[in-house]
Design a binder for this molecule. Sequence first.
Ligand SMILES: [Zn+2]
Length: 293
Amino acid sequence: MTTFQVGAVSVTEVVETAMPVPVPLAFRGPDGDADQVDADQVAALRARYPAALFTAGGDPLLVFRSHVLRTPSSVIVLDTCWGNHKERLLDPYAHRLHTPYLDRLAAAGTDPAEVDYVFCTHLHQDHVGWNTRLVDGTWVPTFPNAAYLFVAAEYEHFSTVPAGTHGHDSFADSVLPVVTAGRHRLVEPGFAIDDTVRIEPLPGHTPGHSGLHVTSGSQEAVFTGDLFHVAHQFARPSWHIVSEHDAARATQTRRAFLARYADTGVRVVPAHFNLPAGGYLESRPGGYAYAPA
Ligand SMILES: [Zn+2]
């Protein structure tokens, strides 16, 4: 379990699962462009990034986790992983999981009943799972007193994804039951959760994909969700995971993000990197370095 501070805000990681993802299999370059994903580039780029991000075999290790933020006024759970007992036929590794996530949450000092807000960076199945848990055959909110904040454009998009595609089943068992229970709230990008935490739009991976921006005292951090899945994208922002909704828009968002936050001292925490406390982006010729925080 990792805990770190952003000014007066404490952040604790709660891990659910992890798996390696081979870059050449899971990522694409832009159509018809020379900037394609190739094994030599993947290996060369890997050498510039912290070894902790990769398995011994050299593949990026993707971690599925929540971050629990304790601000001076709120307890916020950011992203809720896959969840237990979910039917995930499109994602065999996440089908009917049975992990001790709730025990780990308790070990991290968090009682679900004390959580004020749940925020999912987007509504993909690996970010909404523990929004609900199964009780006597019914999906109920895991965090009974929380307001679940959904970006309106994101909610709208996932309310119409067809059966048999990613995000459909998870919307039904991990988002709609929250709405039925009256615990959701639709918000716009830029929404301020409290004095220290606001929602930062980072669109492209999904239509309403957003991060959380924390500012406390002189310290800042941005939790970037799935804007970056692997460090290679710091040097190749046009590389995108195959599940990206709008690759061109996501690329544009990545480029703007890198230009804005490199060399600023703002901590950057991607959802799935095997560095729970994130790191700092630094400009380098031909891309960016990432120094673990
Ligand atoms: Zn994800």
